[in-house]
Design a protein. Sequence first.
Length: 321
Amino acid sequence: MNTLLLLIFIVGLLASFSVGGNNSAVALGILLSTNVLKRKHAYAINALSLFIGAFLGSYTMLNSVYGIVKSDQIIILEILLSSILLASTTTFYYLNKLGIPASLSQMIYPSIAVLVLISRGVIDFDWGKFWFTVGSWGVSPSIAIVTSLSMYFILLKVIGNRRNFLKQIKYYKYSLILASIFTSYVTGANAIGIIISAGVIAEPYYITALTYAIASVLGLYLSSKKAAITVGFRVTRLGYIGASSALIGSDIISEIFTIFGVPISITQTIMGGIIGLSFRSFGFDIKRQLLQIARGWTVSPILAIIVSLATYGVLKSILGL
């Protein structure tokens, strides 16, 4: 493995760690904030779900990054992927520290498009998949609003009509656990799957998927606690049925896109589900969440493109290209 491939692989590990810690906050948070499971059990089932999603569920995402760019000049392709992964990972970490929801796909895809354009025909790019993916970023949160509201009325009818209070509580508990497991799985399959798709240029899929899945689980255990508690209490303000509906409804949409190998923003799709449930009482909280999505849409691609261009130029200079 040459230096560039090693850089891609290591940055992919760091990205998986960061995404595993950040994007698991919702799934883990609803269990921690409601105490439906002991803390160690909450971590364990989310870690297992995240691992299975990344190691097995990510296979459909195999061509989501490396598969859409091709070049006879392998060194240029390696520089491009190195630049994009490094820039996107750095930007993702920085924006999330600032409290701005960021999506790796919304940083990786525009960065690839810009670097392909300045490569002057050296790199082939699947523009059809690019525009389809860009369109999905607006469609997926919108559909999640509808599916989450539909799921809410279904669960309300199934659980809310239970006259036995103890059985009702049990169903609340099961719905929250199911929502948490599903969310972690989809995070591994789609969000970590995007990173795995870039990392397979360095190592075969089974090695990349295994190591990145482990890195995401370590991220969940070591860096998600603060965000999980904060996000968890915010989500459960919707109520137990509301929180379950928001997550399950948005996860269904995320998994459908994952099956077709389309990278989407897991965070923004989940926020679409939360907004859908929040429409029951439109207020400041919805306005704030819509503003957050708008900021993420605007800031993350622009910043990632700038950093990608700088990194691409530096690497080419170092290698004398």
